[in-house]
Design a protein around this ligand. Structure first.
Ligand SMILES: Cc1ncc(COP(=O)(O)O)c(C=O)c1O
Ligand SMILES: [Zn+2]
Length: 310
């Protein structure tokens, strides 16, 4: 593997050990010694960001990279297809039916390859290029694979996708249409084994996880999901909604969005903005276990204006 330039540190979600290995995508080695598989998260020192206000985020580019002062890789040239900046659509009729005033949908189908995976892939492939990657790889049955293929193509890098034979041809064709080599395996374990070979022997750069049991995806990519929180906050006049419901599989999106709210809360200098996950969705962090008494916004209440600190 080409030696990777240090662009940010990685911190364990559980024991908070910090690592500067830029390709440590197999989780925390210290926790693994205790037989606990846990992912790392990118640590961007607050001092590196400088003072921030809502005006710190320029109108351009029309993508999530508007928020790059809250993202890692400050000096990297973004690998972008215009991801993010998706509409927050009011759902009045459905909200009335469900008894939820001010119900919105964040329409992530407006992303370049039609899913929120583009936020992850833009960050991950930008990190891949910044650290000298020559080949991008992923194990995926759908959107994540199509998105990885598109961003690898954008970066001019080959992409190898390990998928399942049972995946519908339409999805395989979508991945191939972005130029990826798609390898169909019989089982998930087989595709993770092949992917590991590519990573360990060939220095291929992964946008998804491949360890068993799964720990989630590439921590640099997960940073991209923070921008969902930033965009929602901005569209709501820099306030937080009562609840954000997130569809979840490995919880990359759920964790990234939660982290975005936490970082906004710290920037504002206010301890009173809380985010709760929908029922059945539990963040691997302490977000969902916060005492509800600390939550500012109640259902139907008007959130107070944010206070930003420098
Ligand atoms: C459209 C869409 N939403 C949500 C998810 C869940 O993703 P995560 O692994 O971030 O929980 C996926 C992928 O599995 C997806 O394709
Ligand atoms: Zn750890």
């Amino acid at each position: 593997m080409a030696s990777a330039r240090v662009v940010a540190e990685l911190e364990c979600l559980r024991c908070h050990a910090v690592y500067d290995d830029q390709r440590l995508f197999t989780g925390c080695p210290r926790c693994a010694q205790q037989s606990v598989n846990v992912n790392l998260t990118v640590r961007v020192p607050a001092a590196a960001r400088g003072p921030l206000t809502p005006e710190s985020f320029p109108a351009a580019p029309r993508s999530l990279w508007r928020f790059r002062r809250l993202l890692p890789l400050p000096d990297a040239e973004p690998v972008s297809l215009g991801e993010g900046a998706t509409p927050l659509v009011p759902l009045e009729r459905l909200g009335r039916r469900l008894g939820v005033p001010r119900l919105y949908a964040k329409d992530e189908s407006q992303n370049p390859t039609w899913s929120y995976k583009d936020r992850l892939c833009s960050l991950a492939v930008t990190h891949a290029v910044a650290t000298g990657a020559r080949v991008i790889t992923i194990a995926s049955t759908g959107n994540h694979g199509a998105s990885t293929a598109a961003y690898a193509a954008r970066a001019g890098l080959p992409c190898v996708i390990f998928t399942l034979a049972s995946v519908p041809d339409t999805m395989k064709t979508l991945m191939q249409s972005y130029g990826a080599a798609v390898v169909a395996c019989a089982t998930s374990e087989q595709r993770w084994t092949l992917m590991r070979e590519g990573i360990e022997r060939g220095g291929w750069y992964p946008t998804s996880g491949w360890v068993v049991p799964p720990i989630g995806s590439n921590p640099f990519g997960v940073e991209g999901y923070k921008t969902i929180a930033y965009e929602i906050a901005e569209d709501l006049g820099w306030t937080a909604p009562d609840v954000v419901a997130v569809p979840s599989c490995y919880s990359d999106g759920l964790y990234g969005i939660w982290k975005g709210w936490v970082e906004l809360e710290r920037l504002r200098g206010s301890p009173r903005c809380a985010i709760r996950t929908g029922s059945g969705c539990r963040s691997p962090t302490r977000a969902s276990s916060r005492p509800s008494g600390r939550s500012r916004a109640r259902r139907g209440s008007t959130p107070s204006p944010p206070r930003w600190s420098g």
